[in-house]
Design a protein around this ligand. Sequence first.
Ligand code: TYD
Ligand code: MG
Length: 453
Amino acid sequence: MAKARLSFSCTNCGYATPKWVGCCPGCSEWNSFAEQQQPQGPTAFFGGKSSGAVVQSANLFSLTQISSETQPRMLSNIKEWDRVLGGGVLPGSFIILTGDPGIGKSTLLLQVADAIATDHSVLYFSSEESLEQVKGRAERLGVSSPKLLFSDEACLETILATALQAKPALVILDSIQNCHLSLQSHVIPGTVAQLREAAFHLMRFAKENNIAVLITGHITKEGEMAGPKVLEHMVDAAFYLQAEDRWHTRILRSVKNRFGTINEVGFFEMHENGLIEVTNINQQFLSEASSTAGSALVCCLEGTRPLLLELQALVVESKYGVPQRVVTGLDHKRVVLIAAILEKYLHIRFSAHDIFFKVSGGFKIKESSTDLGIALALLSSYFQQALPMRSVAIGEVSLTGQVKAINQIGTCIKEVEKFGLERVLMSKSQQVKTTCQLLTFKNIYELLELFPS
Ligand code: TYD
Ligand code: MG
């Protein structure tokens, strides 16, 4: 019998070492290392003398021999879901949906399963909740498709054997952390090694049988997928369901997608009869936007979707030695950087002022095309003068104080026109066709023209 050898792996990120360590070199988590056993199986490698195993060579194909036929995706007709997935669930793909407990993962998956089951057969394995609980939720959501079958089985081998026999188009497993491998498995239950093994079996099952597998996973207190990198590497696509400031809004975000764009976002609202998609989120953002001093409207792309967001700045003279910088919805370093650029070139003493900055609606943005909006919101609050009515800022600001053009402005401009906004504030070098009035700037000195007094 093969002799088992010990190793240790981080329960947070999966980092493996031969010896126990207190602080994980991979994710800096303390006391996260747990023991795991690995059998010393026969290692059959090319040229190896000791293994004695016979390794068959793989079949090789030229590009012309490989079929270019693309399979149709499984559409749910929940448009926000289909779009974030890159056009629906691809047959044979392995997908994970993660999010905080109670955020609505099971609700969303049940709605998606029901919608897909109008055309395809779907198996829903609920390893976390009893069938009675699932039924209660299904009744609330009005789920009724006869092609959607449920089981509360939690043993992975049984789940895969059942799915292999039933041959559905889609298998849903809610959740991967709650399912277990049979006793023959050499890995310790609840460890990252088990999660990895379960995910590996599911991935092989999806690829070999051309059956899509959609699993849910928990996230850690830091908001990362439990055993995060391990699973993110193995799946074809990973999605997060997150809550926003506005208590009932949920954002579905793609963080990895082999068959679509990443950072794609979809919006939903949680109601008593489930998650309802919000296709006109910009309408909501705009209706909440103000046009007072300190406010700047920006348009940025999240995936392929243009979002109209209001940035709000409050610049007040600092009463203490160290000025405060309180930023939500943006990396605070970006706001500090833009304030430093304005201070350097325009000689405005932001370093003697407290800065409070937020993205309205609790949305979090990373796009550098919001630089110009950040600069304008800061200046607008500092001078206590509002920006031109119904205007949108789109542009980057360089460290040398230049206002730079951005890529893909066309999509943003279309959205700006669609909502009847009248002015676009942007770089002089930006090429764009629009019916909006253009206010262009070469560098940040020219921004002062907007604040005449
Ligand atoms: P759930 O889908 O169980 O979350 P997760 O699977 O991510 O843990 O959602 C549970 C929450 O959603 C719970 O607080 C109740 C709420 N909810 C509604 O508000 N309306 C509904 O129709 C449903 C089904 C759930
Ligand atoms: Mg759940």
